[in-house]
Design a protein around this ligand. Structure first.
Ligand SMILES: [Zn+2]
Length: 390
């Protein structure tokens, strides 16, 4: 494989912080049998940290392995906590940018859930871009929302939007600088437009060791520094950058600059992140080791362990720890997953009700944000296992 420079700033001052030989290329696939689940396509993960801009990316990423299919399921909208978060974000953006009777574009809108919320709450007109959008019967009645089954590009400059949102798309893009430079071209001279992008926060991975968030689908991992650099370097003025969702996400607000470079009023220091990145490799290995021995300890005593949370975190945890024989089930409240098998590791997805008869001794809660929600649900089932948060 050719050596690849930083995909945000082009620097070759890189530090390899992690290598994983084989992880499923699609961790959210739903497979019908354990055999199918275990034989999914796997890819290599070489995680690089850029000492120049604080960006993290997988230099072994192969985009040709990324074909999204029907069995793909990553809707987070079943969680109340996530719903609430999205609603608060809608309120924040509407009030900050006075979005009443305005036009909002959502790039990579998926099923259009967020777009529908922001359109409805503000009486706005919404245009969603997504080549993978599947027309839904109920969407036909929506007067104020239009879906374009295409990538957003300068072909669509005629859609002058007051706000352009793009949530959880950029981390899937191998060369984000090209993407953002195209967004800048599409916005043209609409200098009053505001742009909001949201991505996972790599500081949560590096500093808080949210290591189960590393998935093949995400080839680009942004820090506040690299996200700022990306927009500023491609003609946007930075208005605000904040973390959200307990530090797990980053949101950046920008507006197009009249010059090829934008302005950045924030003083971001790469040295601190470099320190986190340097510590990361050792800490990654010891965290994995710790969870391996914890699970061994329980299974040696014939205790039953279950993972709660069948999203990327749960599936990555099970794939990295290779615990097929010890952990057999993953709980997920999404009924579309139940009865299917997890990509790579092959555990069966079950609904919460299953725990009543299974009676686990230990429940591993994959996302700390859902801790209370999950503990309450388990109590309501009338069982009292131990809880741990990997
Ligand atoms: Zn860089």
């Amino acid at each position: 494989m050719n050596k690849i420079n930083c995909t945000v700033c082009g620097s070759d001052n890189l530090l390899r912080i992690l290598e994983i030989d084989s992880i499923p290329t699609h961790c959210n696939l739903l497979l019908k049998t354990p055999e199918e689940a275990k034989s999914v396509t796997k890819g290599k993960f070489d995680l690089e940290f850029c000492k120049n801009c604080g960006h993290v990316f997988n230099s072994a990423f192969q985009p040709e392995l990324m074909e999204y299919t029907q069995e793909y399921e990553n809707s987070l909208h079943f969680s109340m906590r996530f719903q609430e978060y999205a609603e608060n974000l809608v309120d924040y953006l509407i009030s900050k940018y006075e979005l009443k009777n305005k036009t909002v574009i959502d790039v990579g809108c998926g099923k259009g859930d967020f777009l529908k919320m922001i359109t409805k709450s503000g009486g706005n007109k919404g245009i969603g871009f997504d080549p993978s959008y599947v027309p839904d019967e109920s969407d036909k009645d929506l007067k104020d929302v239009e879906f374009v089954l295409d990538f957003y590009s300068d072909k669509y400059s005629k859609y002058a939007a007051d706000l352009i949102t793009c949530r959880h798309v950029l981390e899937h893009i191998q060369f984000p600088a090209d993407f953002i430079s195209n967004v800048r071209k599409s916005v043209e001279n609409h200098f009053n437009s505001k742009i909001f992008f949201e991505v996972p926060n790599v500081l949560y991975t590096l500093k808080d060791l949210g290591i189960w968030d590393l998935i093949y689908e995400h080839c680009s991992y942004f820090s506040p520094n690299s996200l700022t650099h990306l927009f500023e370097n491609n003609g946007f003025n930075i208005l605000e950058i904040k973390d959200y969702y307990g530090g797990q996400f980053l949101g950046i607000e920008t507006s197009p600059s009249e010059k090829s470079k934008g302005t950045n009023p924030f003083n971001l220091n790469v040295e601190e992140i470099t320190q986190f990145a340097e510590n990361f490799k050792n800490e990654y290995d010891s965290k994995v080791k710790f969870w391996k021995s914890t699970i061994d300890e329980y299974s040696n005593k014939n205790k039953k362990i279950i993972v709660w949370g069948g999203g990327s975190k749960g599936v990555t945890f099970l794939n990295i720890l290779k615990t097929q024989e010890v952990i057999e089930y993953i709980v997920d409240i999404n009924p579309r997953k139940q009865g299917m098998y997890a990509s790579g590791s092959g555990q069966k997805f079950v609904g919460p009700e299953f725990l009543k008869e299974y009676k686990p001794d230990l429940v591993l809660i994959m996302n700390p944000l859902y801790e209370n929600e999950i503990k309450q649900a388990v109590r309501d089932l009338g069982i009292s296992p131990k809880f741990l948060l990997p």
